[in-house]
Design a protein around this ligand. Structure first.
Ligand code: PLP
Ligand code: ZN
Length: 427
């Protein structure tokens, strides 16, 4: 193990000490590498624990009003001048008493509303960290394989940084996701296939000479990308007054976000920045019925994920072969949680329930998470007497089709009192 020697507490060097294989523990230097040379397992960032332990609440609280307040806990961006950022983060943690009543939760319930990020999804966090690392590593072009929100965020960040981008999406994405990506003017490649096909192609492109200078945020710089998700754990703890909530419900595509929120909570407790709840925290995962390979594996009591061909309206979660699935299962089992999934009708109902009880309009991923929250309470898996945070990771305006036709004017009338009377508005 390497250690940083006598770094001052105001150090601007990265607390990351290298990359470590999640499967076999082999260690590598910090670089654009995502798979283990020994066992092909996924790599993640390993930190110098002494460097993390020097971070204080006061230091974070004095930082910027965005994810970079946690820079000392992240693998890139210690120097503000190198950051590739739209300054995402510090999104609202919204108290949701009406939603709690509707689903049968008696304890405080909060919605972490990450639709309030610059490109309206939590992906701005992971992209900002990944592209900052990419810039520090010398990459000249930004890219990704996306289910929609990632493409949107990469294209926007590249535009802000003045760096060319080329992003890859399945051609059947929602118009709201395609337009909000294309408007930034980078190259946008629509592929006639599923996300898993897109991802496979990107894994091949990244090996070519033409793409040598290109950082694919979720391929060759994936370990850095994944760390950005930790900020969704840090923030919730800080917003609760440096306390970790008893229960969290998190949507899963690759499963990475779930594992990193859990990792963030562990780090905060280890370095003494936040208090764990009595009995520890419990992590719950949400998928859609059209793409539920992680939940199905957990239900079958295995951590071997059988890939599926995704269907259904929750397209941002449609990863049929989820890379972090086994690690999401590990986190959920270790913390005593559970996973469940919702069908399209339940997802639509979840979007409307969240909107009607909190004033938050979520995309299909948020509808999925709320629908699963309801199921977890009904099945007794989630304790209704414990403080709970449910994560809304994306914005409803990007997936309007999900509820179009379900909602509309309750009355259409002539512009007169007579019209109002005829509609029953005047008794
Ligand atoms: C990508 C995405 C997720 C899930 O992310 P993973 O880390 O791959 O599990 C959740 N919600 C939305 C809206 C997303 O775009
Ligand atoms: Zn390995």
């Amino acid at each position: 193990m390497t250690s940083v020697v006598d770094a001052p507490s105001t150090t601007s060097t990265s607390p990351a000490r290298g990359l470590i294989c999640r499967a076999c523990g082999a260690e590598y230097p910090l670089a654009a590498q995502h798979a283990c040379y020994e066992c092909f397992g996924p790599l993640e960032v390993a930190y110098d624990e002494a460097a993390l332990a020097r971070v204080t609440r006061a230091q974070i609280e004095a930082g910027p009003q965005n994810i970079w307040r946690y820079a000392a806990l992240l693998p890139a961006g210690q120097d503000p001048a190198t950051r590739v950022t739209l300054d995402p983060g510090l999104t609202p943690l919204v108290a949701a008493p009406q939603l709690a009543a509707a689903v049968g939760i008696e304890a405080p319930l909060y919605v972490k509303d990450d639709s309030q990020n610059p490109t309206h999804s939590f992906k701005d966090r992971v992209v900002s960290v990944a592209l900052t690392a990419a810039k520090e590593l010398g990459f000249k072009r930004f890219s990704c394989a996306s289910t929609g929100n990632l493409a949107n965020s990469v294209a926007a960040h590249a535009a802000r940084a003045g760096v060319p981008s080329i992003v890859f999406i399945p051609s059947d994405l929602e118009p709201g996701k395609i337009i909000t990506t294309a408007v930034y003017g980078g190259e946008l490649v629509a592929i006639e296939g599923s996300y898993d096909d897109v991802n496979r192609l990107c894994s091949e492109l990244v090996e070519t000479d033409e793409f040598e200078d290109t950082a694919f945020v979720n391929v060759n710089v994936r370990p850095f990308y994944a760390e950005g998700s930790k900020t969704l754990g840090y923030e919730v703890a800080e917003q609760l007054g440096w306390r970790i909530p008893a229960q969290v419900v998190i949507p899963m595509a690759s499963g990475e976000l779930l594992t990193k929120v859990d990792k963030a909570f562990s780090e905060l407790v280890e370095i003494g920045l936040a208090e764990a709840p009595e009995g520890g925290w419990t992590v719950f995962g949400a998928q859609s019925e059209g793409c539920n390979p992680i939940a199905v594996a957990l239900h079958a009591d295995t951590d071997v994920i059988t890939p599926v061909k995704p269907t259904g309206i929750a397209k941002s979660l449609n990863i049929g072969d989820p890379a972090a699935g086994p690690y999401a299962i590990e986190a959920v089992k270790r913390t005593g949680g559970w996973m469940d999934y919702a069908n399209d009708e339940e997802i639509r109902a979840g979007i409307r329930l969240l909107a009607e009880t909190t004033g938050i309009f979520a995309e299909t991923a948020g509808g999925t998470t709320v629908a699963v929250l309801k199921k977890l309470v009904a099945s007794g898996k989630l304790d209704p007497t414990k403080e709970t945070v449910v994560y809304n990771t994306g914005e409803g305006l990007k997936t309007l089709d999900a509820v179009a036709g379900q909602v509309g004017p309750t009355h259409t009338i002539k512009p007169s009192l007579r019209g109002a009377r005829e509609a029953g508005l005047l008794g």
